[in-house]
Design a protein around this ligand. Structure first.
Ligand SMILES: *[C@@H]1O[C@H](CO)[C@@H](O)[C@H](O)[C@H]1NC(C)=O
Length: 335
């Protein structure tokens, strides 16, 4: 168990039986240069690793996402899409090997960590719980052009990596500098919303980090007064299979890891069920509790994760699934 997971478990234990968190666990969906938030209708500059609803395409709309015929996630109601840049290994001869993406099987978290702005409010003790992210919300955390780290910046601290080996290893914001059995790429989204806009020109200005607290907890600013459930991704890669390890690079051409970013495309089929999940799915049996609003799948389960076919085939491009590449897709130089 990682330090972060231990911390989460400790936090949950401290809060008692009513843990204010549920997870969505998703198998990989696809990997290609698609990003319907930042680059709708055209190829993205870099390859993404994508999980979630099968309506994902270059130009998915929220309505299309909600109407997806299936999801790779274990909550049948969750047709959202979640994505990050794809991880590659750059060999000593300069070529790029795609690292096997294992999905977010454990897990994408929805956590009650922030609270609404109120005049004079200094902490979230006794404050109402956050609402669910609104239907159709699009947001982006992290910056594909980032190559350095600023410890005072919440956005920089909201991205991190864990090198998973037999012993737990502390998180690093940049890439692990050695081979690991698995790498977990983590992104913690903004927990505060302006209450109005589902997107903005840079896909960030309509959301914000807490004003009092930290990047992952606290009181929202007056400009973005509505606290929403915090969304936190853990994407896993099978880095143990790499031969003759040299260094990690992201599909952006980044060898530092600081360009890790993530996109959130809210496509839940039932907003009421999502709104009620913290109240009804975090009891002793979690999502298997009879009253859990997400527990509407077959055989009394919330659903199950597994591979699914995209409804619109991915663009034809060699992203490295059949062997090493001389250049990253999109010809992104290491910079
Ligand atoms: C680091 O981040 C803080 C907080 O966002 C900001 O005020 C400061 O200017 C940043 N420093 C640099 C060198 O960019």
């Amino acid at each position: 168990m990682s330090l972060k997971q231990s911390a989460l478990v400790a936090l949950v234990a401290a809060m008692g039986a009513q843990a204010q968190v549920f997870t969505v666990n998703c198998a990989p969906l696809t990997q290609f240069r698609g990003d319907p938030i930042v680059s709708p209708g055209v190829l993205s500059s870099h390859v993404h690793a994508i999980v979630g609803g099968t309506a994902f395409s270059l130009s998915t709309t929220p309505a299309q996402a909600r109407a997806a015929t299936a999801t790779t996630c274990d909550k049948i109601l969750d047709n959202s899409n979640y994505w990050q840049p794809q991880l590659y290994h750059q060999r000593r001869d300069g070529q790029f090997e795609l690292v096997t993406f294992q999905g977010s099987l454990k897990a994408t978290y929805y956590i009650a960590r922030a609270c609404d702005y109120a005049p004079g409010r200094q902490n979230c003790n006794g404050a109402p719980l956050p609402i669910a992210p609104p239907a159709g919300l699009k947001m982006l955390v992290g910056d594909l052009n980032r190559r350095t780290f600023n410890a005072s910046s919440f956005e920089d601290r909201a991205i991190s990596h864990v090198c998973l080996d037999t012993e737990p290893v502390p998180d690093t914001n940049g890439f692990p500098t050695r081979q690991c059995q698995r790498v977990r790429a983590e992104t913690f989204f903004q927990s505060c919303w302006d209450g109005v806009n589902l997107d903005s020109a840079n896909h960030k200005d309509h959301v914000a980090f807490p004003a009092i607290g930290d990047y992952n907890t606290g009181v929202c600013p007056q400009s973005h007064p509505k606290a929403i459930l915090s969304v936190f991704y853990e994407f896993f890669y099978d880095t143990g299979a790499i031969q003759n390890f040299n260094r990690f690079v992201y599909a952006t051409g980044d060898a530092t890891g600081y360009s890790l970013h993530a996109d959130y495309f809210q496509g839940w089929k039932d907003q009421n069920a999502l709104n009620n999940a913290i109240a009804t799915c975090t009891g002793p049996n979690g999502v298997l509790d009879r009253g859990c609003s997400l527990n509407v799948g077959p055989n009394g389960t919330p659903g199950s994760s597994g591979p699914q076919k995209l409804q619109t085939p991915a663009p034809t491009e060699n992203i490295g699934l059949n062997g090493p590449l001389a250049a990253l897709p999109g010809n992104n130089p290491i910079h």
